[in-house]
Design a protein around this ligand. Structure first.
Ligand code: NAP
Length: 513
């Protein structure tokens, strides 16, 4: 079989997507070579079926794309055992060997980027251009960590007595459980697995129910790259089975480390499980990013940054701006320019359509949340300047709200959708108090041309990542992570491998020097 096609009828499409462009009334086909459209779990270097399957749906249409093995605790346990066995030999490979394998895996992602991007678009809904960007970003972590693998140095520490030498060895922690969300189905896996493999750890990956196809395609390419059996394992499962699979991955004594990206609520559940056997944890959790525009800002630059940071993946990224704070001197100008940019640049549609910039939200629950945030704000006095309507399926109009106040729900929690709630402020102190008045702190953005203000605000914002006159921040060279309830640890950068390493102190005594 060379390709798998998924078709749907025009009649069904019209029912699903009223209010969307006429170009959408056509068939959409996921046309990806069969070897990359894996549907079984990948355990110990073998493709294995579970007793049942679950459907993977195109969020734009509700159409079933594939049926994937629904792993349970049994398969999860087998995967942990396989990873544990493989660790014994993987940890002893040389840094150069691990580096070469990661680089080969990177090359394969680049080679198959078009097909991997199609998988992302069809299972997660994001526009194809963004999906291609995600594949490049995803691959960049394998490239980066293939290089970092060779730079995991220990230390020699000057002793305070003459007959000793003090050495610090860096050693891999062991088996890592990798639990990832649907909004970056590829990059959230490689950002963790690249670092883990570079350090000498082996992994069991549990992708989100909505997006297992990208994870399984990554496993297929890992196998082709020559990564040995058991080093990378992938156990997809349905949401019903997630708690029991999660229980194995977070509590089995053979697991040394949990690396999770997802909501703060789930992160807290996993942290509690990790506590019982005192596992190492990395937590990349939810955000609620402030986007502050000061009077001194270049307003056009700020509008460009707002568009980039808000509407990527239809507002469904953890670093998406969630609260817009605009100083009174440029408030009306900013709203006017942002509204025009939204009209000019945003096009709703199926992600595979070339002109689409806004795909669907991941499911109807996500769309309901945005509608709830909009109606709550309007009922408390916000002005609806644009959008506000949920279209059929999980499509949501990009929405602009003015005169938003801090008692509204959208300023208190992550919306995770295409909503721009704009708050007017008068002073820098006031803006910082609002920006920091939350229990999370992942990303924060601000626009200013005043260099003293730039230093003051960058230092005062309680976040892990700050964008100064910049709306797109992620890069493999830079550490990614949050403060407060946005998480623990950092991914990417020279710090990323530390999450998978122990530092062993070795004291060489009794030396006749
Ligand atoms: P989620 O509901 O927490 O799910 C994330 C992953 O955890 C999924 O694979 C999910 O499986 C799994 N999971 C849920 N309950 C579990 C349990 N009891 N045991 C083991 N695994 C469990 O998050 P989401 O809604 O998919 O993702 C959106 C959230 O992720 C947002 O809050 C966003 O800010 C955050 N995020 C953070 C970052 C970052 O780097 N800080 C990056 C991207 C996203 P199922 O799919 O089967 O439920």
């Amino acid at each position: 079989m060379s390709a798998v096609g998924v078709l749907r009828s025009r009649r069904v499409l019209r029912q699903l997507l009223p209010g969307l462009p006429a170009s959408l009334t056509r068939h959409y086909t996921l046309d990806v070579p069969a070897p990359l459209l894996r549907t079984q779990a990948y355990v110990d270097g073998r493709w294995v079926s579970a007793a049942s399957v679950f459907p993977v749906l195109d969020p734009a249409t509700g159409q079933e794309l594939a049926r994937v093995s629904d792993c349970g605790p049994g398969e999860a346990k087998q995967a942990v055992e396989a990873a544990h066995r493989a660790f014994r030999s993987w940890r002893d490979t040389t840094a150069k060997e691990r580096s070469v394998l990661l680089r080969r895996w990177f090359d394969l992602l680049v080679l198959h980027r078009e097909d991997l991007a199609k998988l992302i678009t069809f299972e997660c809904g994001k526009p194809l251009r963004e999906s291609l960007g995600e594949v490049v970003y995803s691959a960049s972590f394998l490239d980066w960590f293939s290089e970092e693998a060779r730079r995991i140095y220990g230390d020699i520490v000057p002793p305070s007595v003459r007959d000793r030498k003090l050495l610090l060895l860096k050693q891999p922690v062991g088996v890592a459980s990798i639990i990832t969300p649907w909004n970056f189905p590829s990059a959230m896996i490689t950002r963790k697995v690249g670092a883990a493999l570079a350090a000498g750890c082996t992994v069991v990956v549990k992708p989100a129910e909505d997006t297992p196809l990208s994870a399984l395609a990554l496993a297929e390419l890992a196998e082709r790259a020559g990564i040995p059996p058991g080093v990378v394992n992938v156990v997809p499962c349905s949401r019903d089975r997630t708690p029991s699979v999660g229980q194995v991955l977070c509590s089995d004594p053979m697991v040394a480390k949990i690396s999770f990206t997802g909501s703060t609520a789930t992160g807290k559940v996993l942290l509690k499980m990790a506590a019982d056997s005192v596992k190492r944890v990395s937590m990349e959790l939810g955000g609620h990013a402030p986007f502050i525009v000061f009077d001194s800002a270049d307003v056009d630059m700020a509008v460009g940054g707002a568009m980039a940071s808000k509407f990527r993946n239809s507002g469904q990224t953890c670093v998406c701006s969630n609260r817009f704070l605009v100083q009174s001197g440029i408030y009306d100008l900013f709203l006017d320019k942002l509204g025009r940019a939204m009209d000019a640049e945003l096009r709703l549609g199926h992600g595979s359509e070339p002109g689409t910039t806004q795909g669907p939200l991941i499911n109807s629950r996500a769309a309901e949340k945005v509608v709830h945030h909009v109606s709550d704000a309007v009922s408390r006095g916000a002005r609806l300047l644009k959008g506000g309507t949920r279209l059929s399926g999980s499509f949501m109009e990009p929405t602009l709200l003015a005169d938003v106040t801090t008692d509204m729900l959208c300023t208190k929690e992550e919306t995770f959708g295409p909503l721009v709630p704009v708050i007017r402020f008068e002073t820098e102190e006031e803006a910082l108090a609002v920006a920091n008045g939350t229990n999370v702190g992942l990303a924060g953005y601000f626009y200013s041309q005043d260099v003293s203000q730039i230093w003051r605000v960058a230092e005062a914002l309680e976040v892990g990542i700050v964008g100064v006159n910049e709306g797109l921040l992620s890069a493999p060279e830079a550490p990614f992570g949050g403060v407060k309830e946005s998480g623990l640890g950092r991914e990417g950068s020279k710090y990323g491998v530390d999450e998978y390493l122990e530092v062993k102190y070795m004291c060489f005594g009794g030396l006749k020097l």
